[in-house]
Design a protein around this ligand. Sequence first.
Ligand SMILES: CC(=O)SCCNC(=O)CCNC(=O)[C@H](O)C(C)(C)COP(=O)(O)OP(=O)(O)OC[C@H]1O[C@@H](n2cnc3c(N)ncnc32)[C@H](O)[C@@H]1OP(=O)(O)O
Ligand SMILES: CC(C)C(=O)C(=O)O
Length: 561
Amino acid sequence: MFNHQKYGKQYFMPPTISYDWVKKETLEKAPTWCSVDLRDGNQALPIPMNLEEKLELFQLLVDIGFKEIEVGFPAASDTEFNLLRKLIDNNMIPDDVTIMVITQAREHIIRRTFEAIQGAPRAIVHLYNSTSEAQRRQVFKKSKEEIKQIALNGAVLVKELAEEAGGDIYFQYSPESFPGTEVDYALDICNSVLDIWKPTPDHKAIINIPTTVQIAMPHIFANQIEYIHKNLAYRDGVTLSIHPHNDRGSGVSDAEFGVLAGAERVEGTLFGIGERTGNVDLITLAMNMYSQGFDPELDFSQMNAIREKYEKLTRTEVHERHPYSGDLVFTAFSGSHQDAISKGMKYRQETNTEKWDVPYIPVDPVDIGRNYQADVIRVNSQSGKGGIGYILETNFGVKLPYKMNEAMGYATKKVSDQTSRELSAEEIYQVFRENYVEYHPNFELVDYYFNKGTGQEVTLTIQKEKEQIELQGKGAGSLDAISNALKAHFDIDYALEVYEQQSLGKDSAAEACAQIGISHQGEIYWGAGIHEDITAASVYALVVAVNRLEDALISQKETVK
Ligand SMILES: CC(=O)SCCNC(=O)CCNC(=O)[C@H](O)C(C)(C)COP(=O)(O)OP(=O)(O)OC[C@H]1O[C@@H](n2cnc3c(N)ncnc32)[C@H](O)[C@@H]1OP(=O)(O)O
Ligand SMILES: CC(C)C(=O)C(=O)O
């Protein structure tokens, strides 16, 4: 039964709350990032990665710029153990990267962990045990003091083995299931562990506070972290770290608020993969900083390549709406958004604006290897003239007059609506050609030439059904002469209202596109022509516009009948 009364508050507020973190606006300095993809991320996969896949992911993490990487839980399996041996024995760990290994606070597991890191240039040994009230009562059936002792025994052994091993070994402790732990009790365990390790500013220890399962709103977590930050022993010898999960969907908020509250290091995964609803997504965190103008010290300029490799290695798919990295995150289908984006892009180009502030697009897609044409404006039945015009202009150089763009917008939406699908740029161009360049249901222009080279007298041949007809016309200019010939033949009147043209390419041999709008009884009828010769392009545009006017007159006559 769906019964909310079954649930209640399981988290603990800290003994004092100062809310200093609320007064800070944004993250201005990158925290130390620690990727836990190879451990927490891997733990979430139905088919865990094999050795080769893990090595490839390790290299990807190094390439992105991670300086701390949790390589695994070496006591868990031979694959994890062998991964460490492979990395260490083959000198595959770059000088500026520190690997981390996690261990339960159990003697045989700690010993196996140390075997795995023997000979490592540097390593963090990450010790954890569960401290929550629920786990003490249900899982461990131990008192607070006994649970604390598990951590302390582990801390002592870790220290002894590190001293035996020599080398550069750092310690990390996590009170697992912290969200359900009394905050002052968690702090007491952490401080007691630190009393054993006695860290210094030259050889810091890490205290890592996880939201193992998220059970409170992000501001609660921030208050808890601020309390720990202010009351940690050996504070200048400790890096305060956080490890948010995402059960309530607020992993990113927990992380951001946690850093505002005093955390200096964040553990998480690429794309937020992790058990249940995942870990905090480090890409989103880093890109959030980037979009505020701060250096995240991680490089996501090849986002698509990172995503493809990650999907291949983990056999998971990144959702198309996943922040910053999904296929559709820069895409606007809706008309008013497309209109604002295309105007914003144009404004940016015209004004050479340095700061990015294009409406609806939080970061410049190009910065992460995406592409305006393919990614930003895509067209379906929700789209409008702004986006459709943008696609014609940026892909094909066709810049339609404002009102014609509106008509083209409706013609395109109609096709998308009828076919119930998105239209590609080529398909949109095809709609344009069929409706405005190749549209001549009533008559076609076969040929024309100007008499006596004056350009003011024209002879043109049109095809009407099966018949070819020769027409004569005179005018103030060539287009006027042709227009007069058509008006006389069809016995119609209209005014040449709009005339625009643009070159479709950069060289002089490139084609031109002309657009013509003729008005008759308050309505405008549009046509376009594409030709190497601009006069020819205009003539063809006029022929389409007159065909459209003819359509309207024929249907008027049919209505009268
Ligand atoms: C929140 C996190 O993601 S933490 C990381 C969790 N990840 C993993 O556990 C993945 C890797 N783990 C494993 O492969 C296995 O658990 C191993 C190899 C480490 C240990 O295996 P086993 O000893 O067979 O089983 P298991 O982990 O279930 O052991 C549970 C026992 O350890 C105790 N225990 C569990 N965690 C801890 C801990 N952090 N510190 C001390 N004792 C612990 C339990 O109380 C239980 O004790 P009991 O045997 O007296 O009942
Ligand atoms: C071991 C800790 C850090 C952990 O993974 C968690 O609590 O989620």
